[in-house]
Design a protein around this ligand. Structure first.
Ligand code: ADP
Ligand code: ZN
Ligand code: ZN
Length: 738
């Protein structure tokens, strides 16, 4: 037997965090003996291509294909690095969504990694000394302010100096009456809490208890993918809260995903109220420092529940027992940048990794989830309160934007001093402007879409690229002053209501424009909640999971807006939108008016509207699944969308072949060879409307064998990527597009 020689060489396989598709690691680096603490997930600064770059350790090894003396050493280690399970998860995401390992890794890095390094925030804290306490007993001269300050310190204990006045404290320090020390202070996000708050936990209804029992069994078994399908107001959140409580009791952690923090302050508030400091909140509204601190609290185990939007699925918890996906139908769970991951699918994967239970919930679950998850039901509202009747109003041939029944219902609300919510999924004042003289329509210079009038700002705006210009007073083409406004938006509905209702019924507006300023959204929600009477007008934001008191009327104007969308999910969206709006109505006894929902439509015979009117989500799911089976749409097949876009050639108004088309064709040709044998179909290339000054070409692949197709798409795209970049063409791949 040989005595062990020098310890074996340690090699780190490092993925450099570069964003180009062309560079694909990992690359080997040699670790020095003093770098023994470097493990999987460590974040390193490494020499790379005559520069330095950040990289993440994917793997450790003892040998390399490269001779050891030719391997570089890392320059530095940047703690805290990424937990190993998240490194693995990133690898899975890169493959599943046709992205690159480097891009997927950027999703799981500690917040602030790529920007400036953050030092913990240090603050000056004042504390009373014994001499200070004696001075208070009359052993020294103190003026009134000094006395008040020392009294405050005696009463409240150590206090942030700035709160009491640092200069005066400095003088007291000089006399030995207080001490002033720097100490680390966690940057605490302000808790978002509005709305009704239950003191303690209510006792569960029988239905809630039955659902919870199944969840608890799954928690014990450390596996299960569950779908809590409960009507709006059935108390789903209470079931989540109990499940989290049990998870904590078992010594494990939980992630609770919510659609958007700003739109779900009540849900977040309920978790904070129930569990206190063990809850960390991660979302983009936080400052970088706050996010960093919350991340560290999760990483260290100080916090064991993470509540947040889709990115919270990457919370660095060591041992996860439960992942909740609230309002699982919400489109915000899909990420729109590369990698175009779906947090719901990532949640399933992460739950499997940890031996955790996945608990998704919705009143309008997606057909995909209805098939893939085990369903638990909450068929009735708390207190057996009925769901509001939904009435479809035929608007064909109507001359007024409000149906007579809508006008009457609103008048009733005004007379009774009640509350109503009016949904119109279009912001701005009017849809488009058109010259009565010559027919000119004001279009976006960068996109092939009409500009929308925003009258309060006196601007025309493009809702795709953000282009803005002054609203015209006369036609750009013929000079006519007769400019017609077509269609209505939330802004004009709001104005119309203000004029009609005067001071009697305050009008609140909720849409992306009204929410542009920070904090505005939460204030509007809180103001509507607190108001005894009022109308809330807005886009789909008004239909999110709000739990408002006393709303007796819900109105959908132009329900066909979502149906007209050329997308196989149009039916699903429309059904969910109406059902969710109905979910805000009649949750509590209000002004005494019976609860009801009115839906104005040009297509009263549309199937999805019928199902929504009957509150028949099972019927809807069955019909939708049957339709998708015929068309081979998810869950009966996968869709992958590839978009090639390139800059327009200046001057050429209508180039024969638009930029990106050649690349799309090349990918299509390659794909035909790769996946046609597996029965997949490649649709396109088809031109898309111009966006942000780039012309676009699209391919859609429908396939039954998703892994094979994803791999083939990755191969085909990688092959053309380098050439495409040279021509300024970018290629984006969207697996499971929304
Ligand atoms: P959902 O998420 O299913 O729409 P919520 O969780 O918002 O429903 O619950 C609706 C309302 O009922 C909330 O105000 C909630 O506090 C209350 N609630 C939930 N469970 C109970 C219970 N067991 N007893 C009394 N009130 C409850
Ligand atoms: Zn004109
Ligand atoms: Zn535009």
């Amino acid at each position: 037997m040989h005595a062990p020689s020098a310890s074996p060489q340690r090699i780190a396989r490092v993925e450099p965090l570069t964003l180009t598709r062309a560079v694909r690691g990992p690359f080997d680096y040699r670790l020095r003996p003093d770098q023994s603490d470097i493990g999987v997930g460590a974040l390193l600064r490494v020499p790379f291509n005559h520069r330095t770059t950040l990289g993440v350790v994917l793997e450790l090894a003892t040998e390399s294909q490269v001779a050891p003396e030719r391997l570089a050493e890392p320059d530095a280690v940047l703690p805290p690095g990424v937990p190993a399970d998240l490194v693995e998860l990133a690898g899975w995401i890169a493959g599943e969504y046709c992205s690159t390992p480097a891009r997927a890794l950027t999703l799981v890095l500690p917040p602030g990694t790529t920007g400036r390094p953050l030092s913990p925030k240090r603050v000056l804290v004042a504390e009373l000394t014994h001499a200070g306490a004696r001075a208070l007993r009359g052993e020294g001269p103190l003026n009134d302010r000094q006395r008040a300050t020392l009294e405050a310190l005696e009463r409240d204990g150590p206090t942030v100096a700035a709160a009491l006045g640092t200069p005066m404290l400095r003088r007291l320090e000089g006399r030995g009456l207080v001490t002033l020390d720097l100490s680390d202070q966690r940057r605490r996000p302000a808790s978002v809490a509005i709305g009704r708050r239950l003191d303690g936990a209510p006792s569960l209804t029988g239905e809630q208890q039955s659902a919870l029992d199944v969840v608890l069994e799954a928690l014990t078994a450390k596996q299960g993918k569950l779908l809590l399908h409960g009507v709006t107001g059935s108390g789903k959140t209470e079931v989540y809260l109990r499940a989290v409580q049990e998870t904590l009791a078992a010594g494990r952690g939980a992630i609770v995903l919510v659609p958007e923090i700003a739109l779900t302050p009540q849900t977040v508030g309920r978790f904070q109220a129930r569990f206190g400091d063990v809850v960390a909140v991660l979302h983009s509204g936080l400052g970088q420092g706050e996010r960093h601190d919350e991340w560290l609290r999760l990483r260290s185990g100080e916090a064991r529940v993470c509540v947040g939007p889709r990115s919270a699925v990457f919370a660095p918890l060591a041992d996860i027992g439960l992942i909740v996906v609230d309002e699982e139908h919400d489109a915000s769970y899909k990420h729109e940048g590369d990698p175009r991951y779906d947090a719901r699918a990532v949640a399933v994967r992460r739950a499997e990794q940890h031996g955790a239970v996945l608990l998704a919930g919705s009143a309008t679950p997606r057909p995909e989830s209805a098939v893939a998850l085990t369903r638990l039901r909450l068929p009735s509202r708390i207190d057996r309160r009925p769901l509001p009747p939904v009435e479809l109003l035929d608007m064909r041939g109507a001359h007024h934007s409000l149906h007579p029944r809508t006008r009457m219902a609103l008048a009733d609300v005004r007379a009774a001093g009640g509350k109503a919510i009016v949904l119109l999924n279009r912001r701005g004042w009017s849809n488009f402007l058109c010259c009565r003289g010559c027919g000119h329509v004001w279009m976006c210079p960068n996109c092939d879409v009409a500009l929308v009038l925003h009258r309060a700002a006196d601007q025309l705006a493009c809702h795709h690229c953000g282009h803005r210009r002054r609203a015209p007073s006369r036609c750009d083409e013929c000079g006519s002053v007769a400019v017609a406004r077509h269609g209505a938006g939330t802004e004009s509905v709001e104005q119309g209501f203000r004029e009609a209702f005067g001071d009697e019924l305050p009008v609140f507006r909720l849409d992306a424009d009204a929410a542009a300023r920070k904090g505005r959204l939460a204030r509007t929600l809180a103001a509507f909640e607190a108001a005894p009477a009022g109308v809330l007008v807005g886009t789909q934001m008004v239909a999110k999971g709000h739990d408002f008191d006393g709303v007796s009327l819900g109105v959908v104007l132009d329900a066909d807006q979502t149906l007209r969308f050329p997308d196989f999910r149009a039916e699903e969206r429309t059904f969910a939108l109406i059902t969710q709006l109905a979910g805000r109505v009649g949750r509590t006894e209000g002004s005494g008016l019976p609860a009801r929902v009115l839906v104005q439509t040009l297509a009263p015979e549309a199937e999805s509207l019928g199902f929504a009117a009957r509150h028949d989500s099972d019927g809807f799911l069955a019909a939708e699944l049957a339709r998708r089976k015929v068309l081979r749409y998810p869950p009966h097949g996968s869709l992958i969308r590839i978009v090639c876009s390139g800059p327009e050639k200046p001057g050429a108004s209508a180039p024969a072949v638009s930029a990106g088309a050649a690349e799309a064709l090349a990918v299509a040709t390659r794909l035909h060879g790769l996946i046609a044998p597996s029965g997949a179909t490649v649709l396109g290339p088809a031109p898309l409307f111009r966006l942000r000054g780039r012309s676009r070409s699209q391919l859609v692949i429908k396939s039954a064998d998703r892994p094979v197709t994803v791999l083939a798409v990755g191969t085909a795209v990688d092959e053309i990527a380098a050439e495409a970049v040279k021509r300024g063409v970018s290629v984006s791949v969207d697996v499971d597009p929304q």
